[in-house]
Design a protein around this ligand. Structure first.
Ligand code: KG4
Ligand code: ZN
Length: 358
């Protein structure tokens, strides 16, 4: 089954052709990073205008690279939400029009579920139950996935997403957007033991994340130690490198520590770590070590599939279509779309003797 995937939820216009949910024939991504860089973050109005211009040439290029014609496509999968409304609408309307014109099925996919399916390529098949840490610029969640297509949020961020914290700390230090890759590069050259930050504790004891306190602690450190932001053509000081290393180490400790706790509790067969922040090598190394300690396999997407792309949307769409689920023309973009369809089944989990006490 050939699926055309379309992704336009934030600042990447992407299209991909995927065979049977596991083989990428093409994956084309037009990034808007340069467009938004001067503003230090995504400007929604600029993003949707750019999607509108790019969607058609990007889909054409994906078909061309896959060496297939539109007629060969069996179905279309498109990101339905969450994301920016203006951006989402471009992809959704385009996908609906194309599916209507071609008279083929189409399905709206949750962007976060797309990230879960980014491990469908270049990894063995996921064994369920699985535990997935999805960590990006907009989201930081851990999902318990008892079986394919069922999701329960078992950890969420109470404030900022981890990627957002990387971006904000980079901005404070005068580093470029997006912050993750730059902070990681400087952290490699720094010493994480020199400037330490505590991992936030959630007062009600739930295994949730909080990164806004860490961001404030970094900002206070910068102020109290009179650290100047890095100027253009200036080399970052050793202190800035140590600061990046200390900040990154705390984020990773929080992410991987929580995943470990939940894995001990929920007994998954597979761990998944995906989303833009999963590009971070130090995070991958820490997750790998924890997985070895737990004697579990951990799957990561390759780096070009960690950030937003349409191949992961096609893979998630394939799973829906195989279960006979598809959308109709009334489907529309859903900015606050949730990925939780396993809310009231705790009793089921207990019956299955899954250790579970959240
Ligand atoms: O998944 P993604 O492309 O977009 C969202 O759905 O949000 O993730 C982008 C986020 C940005 O916040 C970026 O700073 C972060 O992923 N990121 C990283 C790294 N590469 C990208 N964070 C830490 N280390 C990296 N190497
Ligand atoms: Zn994403």
């Amino acid at each position: 089954m050939l699926i055309l995937g379309i992704e336009s939820s934030c600042d990447e216009t992407a299209a991909a052709v995927v065979r049977d949910g596991r083989e990428i024939l093409s994956s084309v991504i037009s990034s808007q990073i340069e467009l938004h860089k001067p503003f230090g973050g995504v400007v929604p109005e600029l993003a949707s205008r750019e999607h509108l211009e790019k969607i058609e040439p990007i889909v054409d290029e994906a078909l061309e690279q896959a060496k297939v014609s539109l007629k060969a496509i069996d179905a279309i999968a498109v990101t339905q939400g969450p994301g920016l409304i203006g951006s989402l609408l471009i992809g959704v309307c385009y996908a609906k029009a194309l599916a209507f014109g071609l008279d083929i099925p189409f399905v709206g996919v949750n962007h976060i579920e797309g990230h879960v399916y980014s491990v469908a390529f270049e990894n063995p098949a996921v064994e369920y139950p699985a535990l997935a840490l999805i960590v990006s610029g907009g989201h930081t969640n851990i999902f318990f996935i008892p079986e394919e297509g069922k999701y329960k949020v078992v950890s969420r961020t109470r404030d900022d997403a981890a990627g957002e914290a990387f971006d904000k700390v980079a901005k404070m230090l005068g580093l470029e957007y997006p912050g993750g890759p730059v902070v990681e590069k400087l952290a490699k050259e720094g010493d994480a033991s020199k400037i330490k930050f505590p991992v936030a504790k959630i007062s009600d004891g739930r295994p949730d994340f909080s990164f806004s306190g860490l961001k404030t602690a970094v900002s206070r450190y910068i102020r109290e130690n009179e650290i100047r932001p890095v100027g253009e053509n200036e080399n970052p000081s050793p202190e800035i490198k140590d600061l990046c290393a200390g900040f990154q180490a705390t984020v990773i400790k929080s992410l991987v520590g929580t995943m470990e706790k939940l894995a001990l509790d929920l007994n998954p067969k597979t761990l998944i770590v995906a989303g833009g922040v999963a590009c971070n090598t130090a995070l991958r190394d820490a997750a790998q070590k924890t997985a070895e300690k737990l004697n579990l396999p951990v799957y990561f997407p390759s780096k070009h599939l960690s950030t937003d792309n349409a191949a992961m949307i096609a893979a998630a769409g394939h799973s829906h279509l195989m279960r006979g689920e598809q959308s109709d023309l009334r489907m529309t973009a859903d900015v606050t779309m949730r990925l939780q369809n396993f809310e009231n089944e705790d009793a089921d989990l207990r019956r299955k003797k899954v250790r579970y006490r959240l």
